[in-house]
Design a protein around this ligand. Structure first.
Ligand SMILES: [Zn+2]
Length: 312
């Protein structure tokens, strides 16, 4: 968890897109500054991809979010992103990672509210992080992580369906939740890990989980389990996984993308199943309200600049 504290940037990024209090015109300049920073990083990735001969991805990254068209619904002071072209390569592009992460966060928070209203008031959210030992082969380490997660999932199901026959495991406390897989590489090998949300009626034991996880991985007993006083904070940790790719060096970011792009990196269990993350990275328009258009174009070295009269 210490690794995250070194990169508070990612949290600020997502927070800006998920904080419903930050929807007014006054918050737009800080939002644009962060989008500009994300776009700058996407262009660094673009130049790496181009240099390495990955033409298709380089072209997509080059055109991503080169303009942003907002609608300012001035009677209620809400700004919505109405049009933009996105590359949707969210493991390579921090801009798409921010937008998608915010959509994912909103979708899971809504589901959580629904679960609470449908008899789940007694369930408390916990953030559970499970790790495997570092290694040089990312693909092999990921398979190792997934295999341990599978064993844990099978053990949970087994206990829930037949508690007399199958031993109790800590994961069986969770009535529902979701997770994402992310990787870091701080020069000591690939470090895949999973951030999970568990909704539990009783507090999981970190010590017991540690022993279980060690028995499933054979080499790893680093786990972390903490109650969430603010669900948004913990949910964000899970939803920002794609943004974490941009903390890697460009060559590492590319390698992680090449290995992980086709893989399922997020999933859910129990009561939190069935969440659909909208495909569009734009905001929902507000129907029936008057608005003004605000058009911005990205200029390298300068960031997003307002272009007057583009949409009179
Ligand atoms: Zn993009």
């Amino acid at each position: 968890m210490d690794a995250e504290k070194e990169n508070p940037r990612t949290e600020v990024f997502l927070a800006v897109d998920s904080d419903s209090g930050a929807e007014g015109a006054a918050s737009l300049p800080s939002k644009l500054a962060r989008y500009g920073e994300a776009r700058r990083k996407a262009l660094q990735m673009q130049s790496f991809a181009e240099g390495a001969g990955h033409v298709k991805e380089a072209v997509k990254l080059a055109g991503c979010a080169n303009y942003l068209l907002f609608r300012h619904y001035y009677t209620v002071d809400k700004v919505r992103l109405h049009a933009a072209s996105f590359c949707k390569k969210h493991l390579l592009c921090p801009m798409c990672a921010i937008r998608r992460g915010a959509k994912m966060l909103r979708a899971y928070l809504e589901k959580y509210e629904a679960v609470r209203q449908q008899g789940g008031q007694h369930l408390r959210p916990y953030l559970v992080t499970l790790t495997v030992k570092n290694g040089d082969d990312l693909d092999e380490r990921l398979r190792h992580l997934r295999s341990a997660m599978r064993k844990m999932t099978v053990a949970r199901r087994g206990h829930i369906s037949n508690p007399k026959k199958n031993r109790f495991v800590e994961f069986a406390r969770s009535m529902g939740g979701f997770h994402s897989i992310e990787v870091t590489n701080k020069g000591q090998g690939w470090h895949p890990h999973v951030h999970m949300i568990w909704l539990c009626a009783s507090e999981p034991s970190q010590e017991a989980l540690k022993a279980e996880w060690h028995s499933w991985t054979g080499d790893s007993f680093i786990v972390d389990c903490r109650p969430l006083h603010d669900p948004v904070e913990g949910f964000m940790e899970v939803c920002k996984y794609a943004l974490k790719f941009s903390d890697l060096e460009p060559a590492d970011n590319w390698h992680a993308y090449a290995v992980m792009a086709g893989q399922r990196l997020i999933d859910s269990h129990g009561l939190m199943r069935g969440v659909e993350i909208p495909d569009s990275l734009l905001d929902e328009p507000l129907e029936g309200l008057p608005y003004l258009h605000l058009f911005y174009r990205y200029f390298p070295g300068k960031g997003y600049s307002y272009i007057p009269n583009e949409f009179p």
